[in-house]
Write a protein that binds this ligand. Sequence first.
Ligand SMILES: [Zn+2]
Length: 292
Amino acid sequence: MKKLIVLITILTVIFSCKEIKKEVAEAATDSEKTQKPEVKLYTFSGGTVQVNQLQLFSQDTTYTGQSKEFADAFYVIQHPNGNLMWDAGLPEMLVGMSEPLTPPGGAFTVSRKDSLVNQLKSIGMTLNDFEYIALSHTHFDHSGHANALKNATWLVPETEYDFVTSDDVKKDNADLYNAIKDLTKVKKLKGDFDVFGDGTVVLKYAPGHTPGHQVLFLDLVDHGPLLLSGDLYHFSENREFRRIPIFNYDVKQTHASMDMFEAFAIEKKAKVYLQHSKEDFNKMPKAPEYLK
Ligand SMILES: [Zn+2]
């Protein structure tokens, strides 16, 4: 009998300890929630890309003869400790053109309606309000107004930096280099980078589309976690069927990045937004409205 009483006492103590631990854990999650810094995501149009040769976006003939309109978004992320520009739309030389422009080759027809400076006015910001700029990659439809942020620190994977500043690119594709050449405050990254050190704004290394392609993870208080895709996927069918554009830098690497991305999205329960998808672009509130 005495033994039984002792056992019951021990069990009661263990059980109540567990209860206390549980309460402490719950309290911690609550305080984490209230202490999580409020991050705001503003979505802007950086123009429109009419893809005249959609077959470029698959290694097979699935899209032969098809065309598709792509959104071309850029984003401003406001964090209590600083502001980040994510991607930079199409080149600003398009603003004010009477007709959309079709560069040689005819694959794309591009247009852009407004300049960065004007667009920032709608949220009361100027070019000098940015601590950071990060590009998903350095293709022309993502680096349009990058040079305008020359006072910001460019957060760039070393592999992308080496690619876009290489002699080959300068010789054969100088526009790519010229679009970022004024960004002289450079922080070269190796892998993922937690921009403000609190897990709310994280650059995830996802190479393959280009040598140093990356995507952006945001943990927003009201909306919850989300991922901006860069060009890992251009539209939903390519995500569903893991199709890869013929102009990607490395197919195998792209598939590995897709695996990483999908596993991370599940782990974080993150909502995924494909930046070139018009459907996804339309889901976003547009500046001056924002997600938080
Ligand atoms: Zn691209």
